[in-house]
Design a protein around this ligand. Structure first.
Ligand SMILES: Cc1cc2nc3c(=O)[nH]c(=O)nc-3n(C[C@H](O)[C@H](O)[C@H](O)COP(=O)(O)O)c2cc1C
Length: 180
């Protein structure tokens, strides 16, 4: 018999991202685990209303979603510990801009440059529905077909109840080939 453990999301582990946006003309970064996929061309990022980043996202209607790998985890963790409301995080990462003007982090292996389509408000949170304008990936994480190779990328996963960072694991099967 299953035990009732409340009503918090139980979708972890989840891939971790650094969301980059321009606030008052300078980049700001926030670490986020509450990210979801919508259809084939949109994603959703859920951020607490008081975050400094939200200001820039709403002003510019643009953000980047930078996949965190182990190489950038220390800096990403810091982006999740200090707020732009108190600390200038603009020089935390080397960046450049592409289509939307939001900061594309140079050391992130894969970056989605996004246009904010809509904002879904719930108590204390703004969830940004984003249309993907472009995806930029380091060649080192691409396979011969030019697609992302997740064995090379190794995205960091995040687990909420314990607040731990995890590695991805082994391949356990090919999709649509494991049914009996
Ligand atoms: C592992 C981790 C994951 C986080 N995920 C989220 C998230 O999904 N949504 C959110 O609103 N805050 C999240 N945070 C908290 C923000 O990253 C943190 O409060 C940050 O300092 C806000 O930055 P800003 O005020 O400069 O935007 C997370 C923090 C950590 C350490």
């Amino acid at each position: 018999m299953k035990k009732d453990i409340g009503n918090s999301p139980a979708l972890y582990p989840a891939p971790l991202v650094v969301v980059g946006t321009m606030v008052k003309g300078k980049p700001n970064y926030v670490l986020a685990g509450h990210v979801g996929i919508i259809g084939h061309d949109r994603i959703m990022v859920s951020l607490a209303k008081q975050h400094y980043s939200n200001r820039g996202i709403k002003e510019t209607r643009a953000m980047t979603v930078n996949i965190v790998d182990e190489g950038m985890l220390k800096k990403a963790d810091r982006a999740g510990c200090v707020s732009g409301n108190k600390v200038d995080k603009s020089d935390m990462f080397v960046f450049h801009t592409r289509g939307t003007g939001a900061p594309v982090i140079d050391e992130a292996p894969v970056v989605m440059d996004c246009i904010v389509d809509d904002v879904y408000e719930t108590e204390g949170f703004e969830s940004f529905i984003c249309k993907i304008d472009g995806v930029y990936a380091e060649e080192s994480v691409l396979n011969e077909a030019g697609k992302i190779d997740y064995h090379a990328l190794k995205p960091v996963l995040f687990e909420m109840p314990t607040y731990e960072y995890l590695r991805t694991g082994d391949v356990i099967g090919k999709c649509m080939n494991v049914s009996e």
